[in-house]
Unconditional design. Sequence first.
Length: 459
Amino acid sequence: MMEQTAPKKRQGSQLIRFLIYLRDRFDLHEGKEDELDTIEYIRKNVEFKGANLWILIFAIFVASIGLNVNSTAVIIGAMLISPLMGPIMGIGLAAGINDFELLKRSLRNLGVAVFIAILTSSIYFFFTPLDDAQSELLARTEPTIWDVLIALFGGLAGIVAGSRKEKSNAIPGVAIATALMPPLCTAGYGLATMNFYYFFGAFYLFFINSVFISLSTYLIVRFMKFPKKEFMDEKKEKRVQTYITLFTLLTIIPSVYLAYGIVVRTLWQEQARRFIQVEMKFPRTQVLNSNFNYSSNPPQIEVMLIGEELDQEILEITKSKAADYNLGGTEIIIQQSGNSSTDLNVLRSDILKDLYERNEEVIRNKDERIALLEEEVANYGQIRALGPEIAQEAKINHPNLRKFTLNRTVLSDLEKAQTDTLLMAFAEFTRKPNTAETNRLLNWLKVRTKSDTVALILK
């Protein structure tokens, strides 16, 4: 009996030691800076004036250019220099320590920052000649469940890093991961182009990111028991606590509801993609295009088929399988474009037309270069063919002529940095010709070859 009890005690003590080890590993108070210093550190980064405001404006311009030219590296650089994280974390901190003045100041500064950011990006996109929406910009027009999770866990990492004695690069990393700048620039693009779908979608993404970063800051501040602001007047303290609680509830409850809607929509879209990939595989018919519209009532999946036209019975059977993918209540619209050979010919014609229109200028430039080269080749061929004939005629006019050649050559003017094509003749006489004979030969060559300039080399 004693032998059985001893191993159990040893096992129990090992488990306790392991749990203590885990507690020490995950202790957030290890290496923590004084709470008042952390509060002061976040409080300083809340204010938007002077240098902070100019840095924000320049960062917005950089991010807008990055979205405009579809450069991920430029967008990341803009997010690194952006000071937007300060007031967002300030809101969460203020709610956590019951500091109503800090809450008002954080909200006011965040409002100023958002207004300046959208105004700056709107001005840029209004004047830029590149007005096409690139993939980096389109990616910020609609939040997904991944954006919510990134904002939540990124905010947790940010406040934990901000509470350490040794500051790390976590906060700039959070600014990159949560992507606060690009949605504001995209909202500015929507405003400049009067595309309010882009404007509201991008602003919705920024709002969700901001709320969940603030929420994560609030949770960590409460978990680590930061000292709350004390009031001499108990009634004022209760009133402030009531205001803070109401603000927190009014912010979090709609955000959680919106986040739930994002989760449902994301899952619906994934199931819709799986339904098309798995169920819409036909031997001689292919899916040309598909669109998902969750916001319509009911949600819609539009599919364009190309190839052999399918019977209505097959289409109905395919639609009935949507219930297996949790797509009940979704309206599935299938459009067919008819005969396969006709479709393929039309598609091929459209592709060729598109390619021609895109490359018309390139083709025109190539044609011009080809025409120029053909002209040069023709001139070279003409001179080569005329060479022996002109040599015989020159021999008749100049009996002392022993050797003669005629060709085109490229002359480089080193002082003017220019090149020109020149007709060059080489003549060798049995005795050196005088100036009059030389001039007579040169003038005759100009008339005979119909050239304004001929370079004559004598030997």
